[in-house]
Design a protein around this ligand. Structure first.
Ligand code: GLU
Length: 431
């Protein structure tokens, strides 16, 4: 279950589908080969001083996959399970993701092997600054624009901006436009924090119409993961009238068949430390009905829409046959393996892939970057009104290709994304 192998397998499958279209282009197969690895891969060990005076080393990476369509773009993940292969896969998926909504970026991704919950705030700050210092020469508004990802947030981006500016990258490099997902008080954009979840809800709205549901309250949703993405998705879906029946965090989940209140559930999680102890309606958190479920059980619940919103490889050939949902909306990156894709397709589970379903985050990062470059800031309404049509258009393109070529949602999405990247590479004369 090497995520980079998965990314390569997906690319090979889509290249197969595109062969006919590029039959007169002799460079096609070498272009596809180039896309199987990042253009550049940076790695180091960051030595960081801990509060006890000792120094600890942390492995750190940045993959720059492809910049044919624009500067590399993608988040930085802090997680104990970060690996070289994972970072390469995530950078590859960023290249497709930016092409899906048509924003002018390539793909990149960074990571540090660390469990941030084991660090104090000052240690976390020193680690974040060390990362930005190390990478300063490789990033910039026209080169590579990092952002938050799993376990990183706007405060971490703020430290990185400050460090980047201090290490002598001239201010003309525009430090604010070098990172996105920043705090509002430091060049961030309205709407960025909720954007990945909200973008997912725009996709959900299109999907439930295509699936023929008449009433939103009949659509039940289970969400694996209750971090930034899972929470905002749940909140917006609930506000629109969908029935969120299950959520989970790394410690386990909760299933409330009558529907749970995401805002109350988050408050309860913050008090009790885990969502599995929370069964919350609008008014209180001690509902009689409902039960704690494991992450595995949550994935196998009988719901309409299953939303993996945590980490990769959670739906594999071992559990794919047990999925009962009618559709899967991937808000995590890479949660379904290629083997599982095939099993799900046989079961006629509709799959809306990560690079489409969670593209709202990076798309709003693009709006943030545009605002930083202009020095002119937009209202939340303006941001949302620009995000919605891009997500809807990307969904429509996917759906048309899915019907036309009789392929699953992932291959359909990849067909248009890979084509855009390949065309940019060919236009540049790469071979
Ligand atoms: N980390 C997010 C993603 O995987 C956002 C990336 C960005 O905004 O650059 O899409």
């Amino acid at each position: 279950m090497n995520p980079h192998d998965n990314a390569i397998k997906q690319l090979e499958q889509v290249a197969q589908l595109l062969t006919q279209q590029y039959q007169d282009e002799p460079r096609f197969s070498s272009i596809i080969d180039q896309l199987k690895k990042p253009q550049q891969f940076h790695q180091t060990e960051l030595a960081v001083k801990l509060d006890n005076g000792k120094t600890k080393k942390f492995a750190a990476y940045r993959a720059q996959h492809n910049n044919a369509r624009g500067p590399y773009k993608g988040g930085i993940r802090f997680h104990p399970q970060v690996t070289v292969e994972e970072v390469k896969a995530l950078a590859t998926w960023m290249t497709w993701k930016c092409a899906v909504t048509g924003i002018p970026y390539g793909g990149g991704k960074g990571g540090i092997v660390v469990d941030p919950s084991q660090l104090s705030q000052t240690e976390l700050e020193r680690l974040s600054r060390a990362y930005a210092r190390w990478l300063a020469a490789e990033i910039g508004p026209w080169q590579d624009v990092p952002a938050p990802d799993v376990n990183t947030n706007s405060q971490i981006m703020a430290w990185m901006v400050d460090e980047y500016q201090q290490v002598g990258q001239s201010v003309s490099e525009n430090p604010l436009a070098t990172f996105t997902g920043k705090p509002l008080a430091l060049g961030g954009s309205q709407g960025r924090e909720e954007a990945t979840g909200l973008g997912g809800v725009f996709v959900l709205e299109k999907l439930v119409k295509k699936l023929g549901y008449k009433r939103k309250k009949d659509v039940t949703i289970a969400i694996q993961g209750f971090g930034n993405v899972g929470y905002w998705f749940a909140k917006h879906a609930d506000q629109l009238g969908y029935k969120v029946v299950a959520v989970s965090d790394s410690k386990g989940g909760v299933y409330v068949p009558t529907g749970l209140d995401p805002v109350k559930t988050l408050q309860c999680k913050q008090n009790k430390g885990k969502v599995s102890d929370c069964r919350c309606s609008r008014d209180h958190c001690d509902l009689e009905n409902g039960q704690a479920v494991s992450n595995q059980q949550l994935l196998e619940l009988e719901v309409d829409i299953l939303v993996p919103a945590a980490l990769e490889n959670v739906i594999t050939k071992t559990n794919a046959a047990k999925i009962k949902a009618k559709a899967i909306l991937e808000l995590a990156n890479g949660p379904v393996t290629p083997e599982a894709d095939q099993i799900l397709a046989k079961q006629e589970v509709v799959l809306i892939p990560d690079v489409l379903a969670n593209a709202g985050g990076v798309t709003t990062s693009y709006f943030e970057w545009v605002q930083n470059l202009q020095g002119y800031y937009w209202s939340r309404d303006e941001v949302v009104s620009k995000l919605k049509p891009l997500m809807e258009q990307a969904f429509e393109t996917m759906w048309e290709l899915k019907d036309k070529h009789q392929v699953d949602g992932r291959l359909a999405t990849y067909m248009s994304a890979v084509q855009r990247v390949v065309d940019a590479m060919l236009l540049r004369g790469w071979s």
